[in-house]
Design a protein around this ligand. Structure first.
Ligand SMILES: CC#C[C@H]1NC(N)=Nc2cc3[nH]c(NC)nc3cc21
Length: 375
């Protein structure tokens, strides 16, 4: 058997936590930002570049990979790590959220969800068991239960119904994960806390999920368009009800500020398309806030984004050049800005981890927000 999946809580500073996850493909330093690699690639980046910036985990998506090229084909080729040339930890989402947000939903039953592909309209079926089977075929180190994701705003009884179904699906996902020998392979399966914006349902979901032997717990259903204040309020209610000795993963979050505020409320893992997607749209994240390189004011600015950065994309090219590349829609624009943005996100995460290690997270949080405001 492989070394068991483990999480060590190394230090706390207020509600902020510093930890380390051990998976079959190495260690994950938390708080961690996990770049999104939906279709087996972090868009516009080489795997080694992503690694060199300090990422310990990348994300893959069951929904996308089951449609193209299919999990069976990836398994036949040696699994997702080999397929995409990433030899570190991979976390996969279960498909629940993508079915709701991407596909022409057919029907949801107790058994699972039938949906049509957003590519060609072909019909597919996903159950908690099938989702875990796909994630196993991919060789995913950290897997997600299948959950029912409903769009907000929703009535309380609809939120309750979806939360209760997701709890029953958590148990079925766990059974399938153990049937496939996930624990013996050192892999982890996370439950997903639901409950929308209803405090008592969030607490019930977190407490009942915490009774299942999951290796970690995600908070789902936030970052779906609600104001940041609502998201943070829901976190203050939810994280204290989650197990303390297991990783907590806030799905789909977020901006640098969302991440800083969520670490302060007890979250360990983050993923977001923001840095990569923004990079493809001419937006740069820096230590002093965002820079929209489409804007003509950069047309003759000889300064790099941040000369003190050790990332080449950030320190070696003028804003004028980046503005030009964005304006003429050159591929190098997406490459350089994605590189810059992921470098900044990992720089922020390293700063957060160091600050918690040294017991100065609150001071770090204030100083970082001042720097962003300075622009
Ligand atoms: C309801 C629910 C839920 C969660 N369930 C699963 N499986 N994945 C998610 C991915 C997300 N991405 C974002 N925001 C971009 N919110 C997410 C929430 C979930």
């Amino acid at each position: 058997d492989a070394k068991p999946f483990s999480f060590k809580l190394l230090k706390t500073d207020g509600m902020a936590r510093r930890g380390e996850i051990t998976t079959p493909h190495g260690k994950v330093r938390t708080p961690a930002f996990m770049p999104v690699g939906t279709q087996a690639t972090v868009k516009a980046m080489y795997p080694q570049q992503v690694r060199d910036l300090g990422a310990d985990v990348v994300l893959g998506n069951t929904y996308h990979l089951m449609l193209r090229p299919t999990a069976e084909r990836i398994a036949k080729l040696g699994g997702l790590h080999k397929f995409m040339g990433w030899d570190h930890t991979i976390l996969t989402d279960s498909g629940g959220f993508q079915v709701m947000s991407l596909s022409g939903l057919r029907k949801m039953t107790e058994e699972g969800v039938t949906f049509s592909s957003h590519h060609d309209g072909s019909k597919h079926f996903m159950s908690p068991e099938r989702s875990v089977e796909i994630q196993g075929l991919l060789g995913s180190d950290i897997q997600m239960q299948l959950d029912e994701c409903i769009a907000l705003p929703a009535e309380r009884d609809e939120v309750d119904r979806a939360m209760q179904l997701s709890l029953r699906w958590a148990e079925r996902s766990r059974a399938q994960f153990e049937k496939m020998g996930g624990p013996q392979k050192g892999q982890g399966l996370y439950g997903i806390v639901q409950g929308g914006d209803v405090p008592d349902l969030r607490i019930e979901s977190a407490q009942r999920l915490g009774e299942l032997p999951m290796e970690g717990y995600s908070v789902g259903g936030l970052a779906v368009g609600e104001p940041q204040a609502v998201m943070l309020k829901m976190l203050e209610i939810t994280t204290p009800a989650m197990p303390k000795d297991k990783p907590r993963y806030l799905m789909g979050v977020g901006t640098p500020e969302d991440i800083l505020e969520s670490v302060a409320r007890g979250i360990d893992q983050f993923d977001c398309v923001m840095p990569t997607r923004a990079g493809r749209h001419g937006l740069a994240y820096t230590r002093f806030g965002k820079v929209n390189l489409k804007n003509a004011r950069h047309a003759e600015d000889p300064r790099p984004l941040d000369e003190l950065s050790n990332c080449e994309a950030t320190s070696k090219y003028s804003r004028a050049y980046l503005h030009h590349l964005v304006r003429v829609n050159e591929g190098l624009a997406a490459m350089l800005l994605t590189w810059n943005n992921l470098a900044y996100y990992q720089y922020l995460m390293q700063g957060i981890r160091d600050a918690i290690d040294e017991g100065r997270f609150e001071e770090f949080r204030q100083k970082t927000k001042e720097d962003w405001a300075r622009g």
